[in-house]
Design a protein around this ligand. Structure first.
Ligand SMILES: [Zn+2]
Length: 426
């Protein structure tokens, strides 16, 4: 496209007139004044009240962060709010890198600067509404980023009262590459892999796995099952399910009063693949013959042919596993307990004791016991209705059982009332 054509395009966009109509007028002006085509376009623009030169120097159209990222724009202008102030770190090559969290009404994103450009970013603080010109979209490890380079200018134009509201999300609203703030209830005991701490967080919409590093990992370890928490971090959706990664810069994991009660108690027949749910029932089968698998000592994933899918060549260790089948009267679920969860549920004090126990002894201990388990449903089972992984589990004593039974009774009474009132309407 020639420069003149581009000017006509831009004029058509900003006035809503057709190209044909504008070209006709340009020809008229050329003939009347004997000027060049470009001169005629500029004259027409000023007649119509459009400043094409200003548009060309970048004072043009503002695009949303969502559009800039989804279209991978290489140069764009945008107005956004600084949600988290920039943090500066040294890069491996000895340079400097600053990252701020920014957001508009459409999404949040990382705004990064390197070396000399770091100073531009450092002047920004939380709550600043910024007009950014000549910004660029890139990707780092498949996560979108917005980059500041020597062409970029940043100008604070206003103040935002509550930047937090721009990053508040529920578990069903998580988008890859966004920085989010999610409130929920901790539904699994936080687990320390030595490298990071992970746990599951549920709200009324669903559940999400949280990985935390550094200081955030320390705070995550202090959380307890059933406690309310606020989690802030970067969303990754690799593998289909969203994960919130709480990194060393930005990000937080804090206990919090949470008014919501996630509805995770579920009957087995109501489970669906991907659910995180709490089921209660009776142990009807114990598969205790093979009680370990070859695991990567760093992340716990299965090592095949001496390779961890995440960490490469690895000297594996034996990691406990125990499969139980739970029946709650509505269906059956095969539940796999891994690591210390397996050792605990088997009633053993150490891994050694767990590995050495007689198969019959474990069966005797567990068969017919009442159990409550928080599970993540992997899918339908081959023999059982569902195949699931335990995130937490406990055998129920008589007192727990009474509570469970009275809750179930209340629920059944409720259902009976509903059915009764439905029948009454007929
Ligand atoms: Zn590994």
């Amino acid at each position: 496209m020639s420069d003149v054509d581009e000017l006509i395009e831009r004029l058509a966009r900003s006035t809503g007139r057709s190209r044909e109509e504008l070209l006709e007028k340009v020809r008229e002006l050329q003939e009347r004044w004997g000027i060049s085509k470009e001169g005629a376009v500029l004259a027409l623009a000023s007649e119509l009240g459009v400043d094409l030169m200003e548009a060309e120097t970048g004072e043009g159209e503002l695009v949303s962060l969502e559009r800039a990222i989804s279209d991978g724009l290489k140069s764009f202008d945008a107005e956004f709010v600084v949600v988290r102030a920039p943090e500066v770190v040294e890069t491996r090559s000895g340079g400097r890198m600053a990252t701020a969290v920014i957001a508009d009404e459409t999404r949040s994103a990382a705004l990064v600067a390197f070396d000399e450009e770091v100073e531009k970013l450092r002047e920004l603080s939380e709550g600043d509404v910024v007009r950014g010109e000549n910004l660029r979209t890139t990707a780092f490890r498949s996560s979108p980023q917005i980059v500041i380079d020597e062409e970029t200018s940043l100008r604070v134009v206003d103040e935002h009262e509550d930047p937090d509201e721009l990053i508040e999300r529920t578990t069903s609203e998580l988008k890859h590459g966004e920085y989010v703030r999610v409130r929920g209830v901790v539904v699994s005991e936080p687990t320390d892999t030595g490298e990071r701490v992970h746990f599951w967080l549920s709200d009324e919409e669903g559940s999400v796995r949280v990985n935390a590093w550094g200081d955030a990992a320390e705070s995550a370890l202090e959380l307890e099952y059933g406690q309310g928490a606020v989690v802030e971090g970067w969303v990754s959706t690799r593998g289909g399910n969203p994960v919130i990664n709480v990194l060393r810069t930005h990000g937080r994991v804090e206990p919090a009063e949470v008014p919501i009660r996630p509805a995770i108690k579920r009957r087995i027949r109501d489970l669906e693949e991907g659910d995180v749910a709490e089921i209660s029932g009776v142990v009807v089968a114990v598969y205790a013959r093979r009680r370990y698998y070859e695991a990567c000592p760093r992340c716990g994933r299965a090592v095949r042919d001496g390779e961890c899918p995440e960490h490469g060549p690895t000297e594996p260790e034996r990691r406990p596993v125990l499969n139980l089948v739970v029946d709650d009267g509505t269906g059956t679920a095969r539940v796999a307990f891994f690591g210390d969860l397996a050792v605990d549920i088997a009633g053993c004090d150490s891994r050694r004791e767990f590995f050495d126990a007689e198969e019959e002894e474990l069966e005797e201990r567990l068969l017919g016991e009442s159990i409550s388990v928080v599970v993540r449903v992997r899918g339908e089972g081959i023999v059982e209705d569902y195949d699931a992984v335990a995130l937490r589990g406990q055998l129920l004593d008589d007192e727990d059982l009474k509570r469970e039974v009275s809750m179930l009774l209340r629920e059944l009474e409720g259902e009976a009332r509903e059915e009764g009132s439905e029948a009454g309407r007929d």
